[in-house]
Ligand binder design. Structure first.
Ligand SMILES: [Zn+2]
Length: 462
């Protein structure tokens, strides 16, 4: 077979063709194909195929299971997101938008793992820059991490990196970022699909052969896909996504894929000047502590994966200053807000068509859970009436187009969380009351059918 010298790769999904095409049949995107130089045919450059020469087929019953003890990082949120620590030999991809704090998270982990030899390979920053950041992290963490165990390497050529890994034999490898790495096997530039694929394949092979966990930092484009290829997601064992709004303090570490544990875990961090601080009890952080009730706020119980969290929604309803009323949201889908406002207007006769409505989810967290609908409506009503909702009341229900209060998933966990945090009342859908088997909640459950009833329950008769 003749050698393929160039090929075209879809920069979105990594699909490969020999000719340029305008439309990717694999991921249905336009204009994503870019020509990349490759020296070897794809079957030879794959790296992971046909490497374990000399392996024989063995009987399943003869294979002994080696249970490797997981490595605990000492960072509880991180360990939990991984499903109980790092599995030796696993490859973990951490994706996130540039500037969100992936490098800080990695470096912090490297310093926290002070009993193991960690090598942090950076193709992004200079040694001095990393050192300065490490000093900042260390100065506030109190405990001086033993500097002898954390190695820094600023290198982008994979072959050189492997040389260093051989002599150093570290316990954990961190690559920041995979987009800056180059393998000499492929001739195209760093960050191209074929390079990404080759570098990842070589690092996966290294991890499996040496039982050394490898972390890969990957940049994500604005629309949330890993820059370039989804291909990487298939090659690695664990995919974590680090997200948050740069202007806010909170960062979420979400599991998108985990071969060794649940794929719906979530870790929460707070960005401090010195690094990332774990938020062990998010419900307490995301609800503003207050003694006196304030109008326009309502507490909702949302689920992030399998973790219930209480979150505060804040609404401001005021007379429109300009002709067209404004609708602005932070952390909440604006179309959903418009729908909820329309429901309030149409079904319940609340006149808010001529009002400006601003809605804010505390902490800059994006919420997609429909269970916060009822809380959003309550916050809006509370602001409109300028009458506060009881601070010991919270909400967990979806609102439908006809104004019906609809059930949400995992309601018992939500009630339990609100109960644990000392709330007195939780508003849920009437359709769901029967399905609650646990009756030993201290919190009183208020069941509702229609959105009109919310108003009656909260503010009495009109
Ligand atoms: Zn594609």
């Amino acid at each position: 077979m003749s050698k393929v010298r160039t090929a075209f790769f879809c920069q979105n999904c990594g699909a490969q063709t020999s000719k340029w095409i305008g439309y990717c049949p694999a991921c249905k995107q336009w204009n994503t194909y870019v020509e990349e130089i490759i020296e070897k045919s794809s079957s030879a450059s794959g790296g992971i195929t046909g490497t374990s020469a000399g392996k024989k087929p063995s009987l399943i019953s003869d294979i002994s299971i080696q249970i490797h003890e997981r490595i605990l990082t000492g960072n509880n949120e991180f360990d939990r997101v991984l499903g109980g620590g790092i599995v030796p030999g696993s490859v973990i991809l951490i994706g996130g938008e540039p500037g969100i704090g992936k490098s800080t998270l990695m470096l912090q982990l490297a310093l926290q793992l002070d009993k193991r030899k960690v090598i942090y390979v950076s193709g992004e920053e200079s040694e001095q820059q990393i050192k300065m950041r490490a000093e900042r992290i260390r100065s506030t963490n109190g405990k001086p991490a033993s500097p002898d165990q954390c190695y820094l390497l600023t290198e982008t050529t994979l072959d050189d990196i492997f040389q260093h890994l051989k002599t150093l034999s570290p316990a954990i490898v961190m690559i920041d970022s995979i987009q800056t790495m180059r393998s000499s096997v492929i001739d195209s530039s760093a960050g191209s699909v074929s390079q990404l694929r080759e570098c990842t394949a070589e690092l996966v092979q290294f991890a499996k052969k040496n039982h050394v966990p490898v972390f890969l930092v990957g940049h994500i484009t604005k629309d949330g896909t890993l820059a370039g290829p989804k291909v990487l997601e298939h090659m690695v064992d664990v995919v974590l996504q680090f997200e948050g709004d740069r202007n806010y303090l909170y960062r979420l570490l979400r599991t998108l894929k985990n071969r060794f544990g649940s794929a719906s875990e979530l870790g929460i961090y707070e960005m401090a000047a010195s690094g990332l601080r774990e938020v062990a009890n998010p419900s307490e952080m995301l609800v503003s502590p207050r003694e006196e009730p304030v109008s326009g706020t309502a507490v909702c119980v949302m689920m992030e994966g399998v973790r219930p969290m209480l979150i505060e929604t804040q609404a401001l309803v005021s007379s429109a200053v300009y002709g067209t009323p404004q609708r602005t949201t932070t952390g909440f889908d604006i179309r959903r807000l418009n729908m909820l406002l329309a429901v309030l207007e149409k079904r319940c006769g609340f006149r808010i068509g001529s009002k400006d409505v601003f809605l804010n989810i505390a902490g800059g967290i994006k919420v997609e859970d429909p269970a916060i609908d009822l809380g959003v409506i309550s916050a809006i009503l509370s602001s409109k009436e300028d009458s506060p909702v009881n601070i010991k009341t919270c909400f967990a229900a979806e609102v439908g187009l006809t104004g019906e209060i609809r059930p949400v998933n995992l309601i018992e966990q939500r009630i339990a969380e609100a109960d644990k945090l000392g709330y007195d009342h939780i508003f849920i859908s009437k359709n769901q009351v029967k399905s609650i088997s646990r009756k030993n909640f201290r919190i009183s459950v208020v069941a509702l059918n229609k959105v009109e009833e919310v108003y009656m329950k909260l503010f009495g008769s009109k």
